[in-house]
Design a binder for this molecule. Structure first.
Ligand SMILES: Cc1ncc(C[n+]2csc(CCOP(=O)(O)OP(=O)(O)O)c2C)c(N)n1
Ligand SMILES: [Mg+2]
Length: 323
């Protein structure tokens, strides 16, 4: 499709914001500033940005344990995200969620999720609500290749298919579930082949090509909005770092990781923008600089924010029992 210059620059900015947020998070985690567990999204930015740029603000997304990218791409503020990672009171969940539980219902971000395959039933329920109330909204479930071996994946896709729910299922195929290569746990050639078992379209795109992801997502989202049911979109991607921060990543060779970095979605879009005359190198450097300042501001905000008060340790943790 034809893209407006401002949209293209916004996609570039959003991807670079994710990348820079993750690079700084990596440093801060190593410096013991961030507690808990961290899974970085660096390398996979083309997927979150390609999909979320095709959504409306009132559409919903369900994320994964590798969720920072989805949150930023859907409009999350890196200040509140960084504060959440630090465990500070000003974070999205008042510092009680951390990296794997960031949510902002106002932005349609139903939450990151530490349970592999956990976003699928959640999003299927949200989409059932949209259909029932005829709201014309669409829900997107992000999940990894490994999650498609979970029962929750198969049950959710089947229900979404028979009920023609307004969902886009986005599989981020980075070929690994922790250290397990996809070839040892999946017999089908493409993950998208699994869609045929449920009678819905299954499409595979290059996750490093943000524009291809956007186009495929937009068509599927419009179909979902028109009541034509769900689509399964497989985006082939790769992660720049280990499964989690601290993973020695011994199951991948240096060459594999180098090759992955060469296929960087940000470099790809940046080169396209310059070659096609949308922007100059200098303008892109300016975008990078602004993003770096934004992330630096987010870190300052997190550092200077207060810790949650001990007396509020149990506030917002348990729902009020209704039995
Ligand atoms: C239900 C469940 N089983 C196992 C785990 C442990 N675990 C965390 S991430 C992960 C691998 C997920 O792989 P994939 O879905 O491909 O996502 P990726 O990490 O590659 O983005 C596993 C097994 C978990 N968090 N939840
Ligand atoms: Mg994976």
């Amino acid at each position: 499709m034809d893209f407006k210059k401002s949209d293209l620059i916004e996609m570039y900015r959003s991807m670079y914001l994710i990348r820079h947020f993750e690079i700084k998070t990596k440093e801060l985690f190593a410096a013991a500033k961030i507690p808990g567990f961290v899974h970085l999204y660096a390398g996979e930015e083309g997927v979150a940005v390609g999909v979320c740029s095709a959504l409306r603000k009132d559409d919903y997304i369900g994320s994964t344990h590798r969720g920072h990218g989805h949150c930023i791409a859907k409009g999350g503020d890196v200040k509140y995200m960084m504060a959440e990672l630090y465990g500070k009171e000003t974070g999205y969940c008042k510092g009680k969620g951390g990296s794997m539980h960031i949510a902002d219902f106002d932005l349609g971000i139903l939450g990151a999720c530490g349970i592999v395959g956990g976003s699928l039933p959640l999003i299927t329920g949200a989409a059932l609500n949209f259909k029932y109330k005829e709201t014309n909204q669409v829900a997107v479930a992000f999940f990894g290749d490994g999650a498609t071996n979970q029962g929750s994946f198969h049950e959710s896709v089947n229900l979404a298919a028979i009920w023609d729910l307004p969902i886009l299922f986005v599989c981020e195929n980075n070929q690994y579930a922790e250290s397990t290569h996809i070839s040892s746990v999946m017999k089908v050639e493409k993950v998208a082949d699994r869609a045929a078992a449920y009678g819905i379209p299954g499409i595979t795109v290059d996750g490093n090509d943000v524009l291809a992801v956007h186009d495929a997502a937009l068509e599927a989202i419009e179909n979902a909005r028109q009541g034509k049911g769900p689509t399964f979109l497989e985006c082939v991607t790769c992660r720049h770092y280990g499964h989690f921060e601290g993973d020695a990543d011994t199951y991948r060779t240096k060459e594999m990781v180098e090759d992955c970095k060469k296929r960087c979605p940000i470099k790809k879009l940046g080169a396209f923008l310059v070659e096609e005359g949308f922007v100059s190198e200098k303008e892109l450097e300016e975008v990078d600089k602004n993003v770096e300042e934004e992330v630096a501001g987010a870190i300052d905000f997190a550092e200077s924010s207060p810790w949650p008060k001990p007396e509020e340790a149990f506030t917002d943790i348990f729902v009020t029992p209704y039995y």
